[in-house]
Design a binder for this molecule. Structure first.
Ligand code: UD1
Ligand code: UDP
Length: 361
């Protein structure tokens, strides 16, 4: 069995890393095919370095662009690679344009396709990620759903029971495998001049948030209010999309918000684990906070991760500044006793076992 692991962005590298490690442990032959959707050192290679992953066998170096052009370039490149270098199965993870392209090419070439993190739904088709998830889920032969609720979403859309496997989310494997390593070097706290437990961590990069002036301004005003109310530093490792849009809209970043370059996985995980509160619109960070028992305020009106809210670890606040502040006050008082709904940290192995069994049939 030889599998192609297609990835292209920061969260895919993090969440595929347990699958890649499990391939090595289980002596499964694999190739990493990188689309190059993310390419800046701190969005890409730093994760290969931190996580000690083998280099990609192929990198298409697609880079940024409009959705259609970016996806089209990926389709051309992936089709060529998979025709010239046959693989028994393709794995994609999540909901990016890389996933859309990988899924389409595998399905058209008749290669068995597995979707890791299948079945998530925000029920908001204005999000590009929702379109990508729906297409990938309907093209995949194997659907690795992180939870029972995501499996139910797939069944509700007519996907057959025989294709659905509830495996947990590989994000748990990644946290379990890396948290203690991340904790060995705590110099980031002194370097940033902050105390453990006494700062707020922010990320925001969703297209529907940061490409709209009103939403981006609302987020920046909201985190300013939270910083003032709590009287603690606000740290914001900024995604390149957001940095670009702040410049484009010529928006003033509040004085009490400290912008940082995007951080490597170990430093970010450590900051997340020790934060008083996290404010974000990221998918993976909602999950990681829930696992780390760090209260999370999600600056969106919906989430495809409702499990985080149901267990009590997350709240939806949208992008209105006052709503962000009141969400932060609510979450700050929550006892950090909720359960992790995303599995036991062995998802990578489970996914590969199901894949092996299916290919052996
Ligand atoms: C993509 C995913 C999103 C995911 C996010 C993870 C899609 C549709 N979106 O969004 O679901 O949450 O990745 O971070 O696939 N840029 C750089 N350097 C890079 C990458 C991007 O400077 O390495 C800048 C470019 O200006 C680019 C912009 O960021 O135009 C957006 O990049 P893109 O990959 O199109 O989307 P993301 O916002 O990163
Ligand atoms: N992350 C990181 N450094 C940062 C911000 C995020 O290592 O400065 C990690 C984070 O721990 C998580 C992943 O990147 O594993 C989330 O990626 P992102 O928010 O870009 O994408 P999403 O999950 O929303 O698709």
């Amino acid at each position: 069995m030889k599998i192609a692991i297609i990835l292209g962005t920061r969260p895919e590298i993090v969440k595929m890393s347990p699958v890649i490690r499990a391939c090595s442990r289980m002596s499964i032959e694999f190739s990493i095919i990188h689309t190059g959707q993310h390419y800046s050192y701190e969005m890409d290679r730093i994760f290969f370095r931190d996580l000690e992953l083998p280099g990609a066998a192929y990198n298409l170096e697609i880079g940024s662009g409009m959705h259609g052009a970016q996806t089209a370039r990926m389709l051309i490149g992936l089709e060529k690679i998979l025709m010239e270098d046959p693989h028994d199965a393709v794995l994609v993870q999540g909901d990016t344009n890389t996933v859309l392209a990988g899924a389409l090419v595998a399905a058209k070439l008749g290669i068995m396709l597995g979707h890791v993190e299948a079945g998530l739904r925000s029920y908001d088709r204005s999000m590009p990620e929702e379109i990508n998830r729906i297409v990938a889920d309907h093209l995949s032969d194997l659907l690795f759903a992180p939870t029972e609720a995501t499996a139910a979403n797939l069944r509700g859309e007519g996907r057959p029971d025989s294709a659905i496997f509830v495996t947990g989310n590989t994000v748990v494997d990644a946290v379990v495998q890396n948290l203690s390593i991340a904790g060995r070097d705590r110099s980031i706290f002194s370097r940033l001049g902050i105390e453990e437990g006494n700062y707020i961590l922010v990320t925001a990069h969703r297209q529907e948030n940061v490409d709209r002036r009103e939403n981006l301004s609302g987020i920046l005003e909201g985190i300013e209010l939270v910083g003032n109310e709590f009287g603690v530093p606000v740290l914001y490792p900024i995604h390149p999309r957001t940095k670009k849009m702040i410049g484009h809209f010529d928006i003033q970043v509040p004085d009490n918000v400290r912008l940082l370059d995007p951080l490597g996985y170990f430093e970010f995980l450590l900051l997340e684990a020790s934060a008083r509160l996290v404010l974000t619109d990221s998918g993976g960070i909602q999950e990681e906070c829930c696992i780390l028992k760090t209260p999370c305020v999600t600056m969106r009106n919906n989430t495809e991760r409702p499990e985080t809210i149901e267990v009590g670890g997350n709240i939806l606040a949208g992008t209105n500044p006052e709503a962000i502040l009141s969400g932060a006050k609510v979450m700050d008082l929550r006892p950090r006793t909720w359960e992790n709904p995303f599995g036991d940290g062995n998802s990578g192995e489970k996914i590969l076992q199901h894949l092996q069994e299916t290919l052996a049939r």
